[in-house]
Design a protein around this ligand. Structure first.
Ligand code: PEP
Length: 424
């Protein structure tokens, strides 16, 4: 009976534009009860995408993905029930026929999977976070705000070498206070940069983070100043980074090239530099500090710092169940980034989230660059109990923050502040 509630009547797809001006795809799944699930997904930046994540599109790009959708996928989906997410996602795997969505691309499979879940949630009259997460959601997703940008999201050699430098308002009392503290801290960071670095014109990167022409140490000093000013006002603010080290790593020479800083570091020197950063600033979050396959380096670092901060794997783990299992075995991190289009379906990604929870690793939801206006990650973050999430503030990032504020309003009576694992 439940399964017959909604079957697929029609699937429409169109090209849309993402926030970088790149072509993306949006799909609508329309059901026999005339409900629609609509989805589009961000892509990630070349240079920032992990070596081991599923390919976003087949070799012929968006056009080839759309041809595959119309000629092969849609005919097989028509008439299928969308009330059992796992069956729908299994069907996506069967239709594609490769281990990693190489034929349709993981961006297309992701948006079909999400559109299915949205239509099913609407059919039973629940917000997506309740349909996927159940009745007992009580955690909203605390912001880790990308404040100063660089790396693959900005111009190499001009902006900082690390991709993201974050602020985390751990002292705020609730999500709303956290968001507005982030907003004030982001404005303050921009002002400090303008004052300190005369050539900074106020430019922002792909994710609305400031991109002053400074190196990473200087960027961290700016954030430290912001933290101190907030601490003086009685709100504890901490710092995070996403080094996106895979982008700095030169495989052939086995060195990390810091172009803006004008320094090349051996893996040992790079490790020591990460330790120096961990010890010199108010660090609470360090992501992708070593290259995409350096489980050993991560394990060594986590051994040293994993009891006082979040050591997070994104490009190392690519939300992939087997890679996370391997990382857990060797103690490579204590947290991981969750991005659905790294695996290609909600079911595959949730399997990884469950593995993380079972092993007391912290799942951190993340927006991606090349964003669309689909705010689904906010719903997933609550459904999957991610206590923290990477946010961007201005531009299209505000769509997601505002959606998270609406969810907070829904949850107001029950929502709890995360207890910030490992924060001393
Ligand atoms: C990231 O690496 O966490 C990120 C958000 O970048 P991208 O979306 O470009 O992969």
């Amino acid at each position: 009976m439940y399964k017959n509630k909604a079957r697929i009547k029609e699937i429409k797809a169109r090209k849309v534009i993402d926030n970088r001006g790149t072509t993306s795809i949006e799909v609508d799944i329309i059901t026999t009860n005339d409900i629609m699930g609509r989805a589009s997904a961000p892509f990630g930046a070349p240079g920032s995408k992990g070596d081991f994540e599923a390919p976003g599109y087949p070799p012929g790009g968006v056009d080839e993905a759309l041809r595959f959708l119309h000629s092969t996928a849609i005919p097989q989906f028509l008439g299928m029930s969308l009330m059992v997410q796992e069956e729908f996602d299994m069907m996506l795997h069967e239709i594609d026929g490769t281990p990693n969505f190489a034929r349709m691309g993981a961006n297309l499979s992701t948006i079909l999977s999400i559109a299915c879940a949205k239509a099913a949630a609407e059919t039973v009259g629940l917000p997506l976070y309740r349909y996927l997460g159940g009745a007992h959601n009580d955690i909203n997703c605390w912001p880790i705000l990308n404040t100063i940008g660089g790396g693959p999201h900005a111009r190499k050699g001009v902006a900082p070498d690390m991709q993201e430098h974050h602020l985390i308002p751990v002292g705020a009392e609730n999500f709303e206070e956290a968001v507005f503290a982030c907003r004030d801290a982001w404005i303050l960071a921009g002002e400090i940069c303008r004052k300190k670095f005369q050539t900074f014109t106020g430019g922002q990167d792909d994710e609305a983070a400031w991109v002053p022409p400074i190196n990473d140490w200087e960027a961290l000093e700016v954030l430290e100043e912001v933290c101190q000013r907030f601490n003086q006002k009685g709100m504890r603010m901490m710092i995070g980074i996403d080094v996106a080290s895979g982008n700095l790593y030169d495989k052939k020479r086995n060195v990390y090239v810091w172009q803006k800083e004008g320094v090349t570091r051996t893996p040992k020197e790079h490790f020591d530099y990460m330790c120096k950063i961990a010890e010199s600033f108010s660090m609470y979050y360090m992501e992708d500090i070593f290259h995409d396959n350096d489980f050993e380096g991560f394990a060594k670092f986590t051994e040293k710092f994993g009891k006082k901060m979040l050591v997070c794997g994104d490009d190392l783990l690519v939300s992939n169940f087997d890679r996370v299992k391997q990382a857990i075995k060797v103690g490579a991190c204590n947290s991981l980034i969750i991005k659905v289009n790294m695996t290609g379906t909600l079911t595959d990604t949730y399997r990884t989230v469950r593995l993380a929870h079972e092993n007391k690793w912290i799942p951190i939801k993340s927006a991606r660059s090349g964003e669309t206006e689909d705010a689904v990650i906010t719903q997933l973050a609550v459904a999957w109990r991610c206590p923290l999430g990477k946010f961007r503030l201005a531009g299209i990032g505000c769509v997601k923050i505002n959606e998270q504020l609406r969810i907070e309003e829904d949850l107001k009576k029950v929502v709890k502040k995360p207890n910030f694992p490992y924060l001393l």
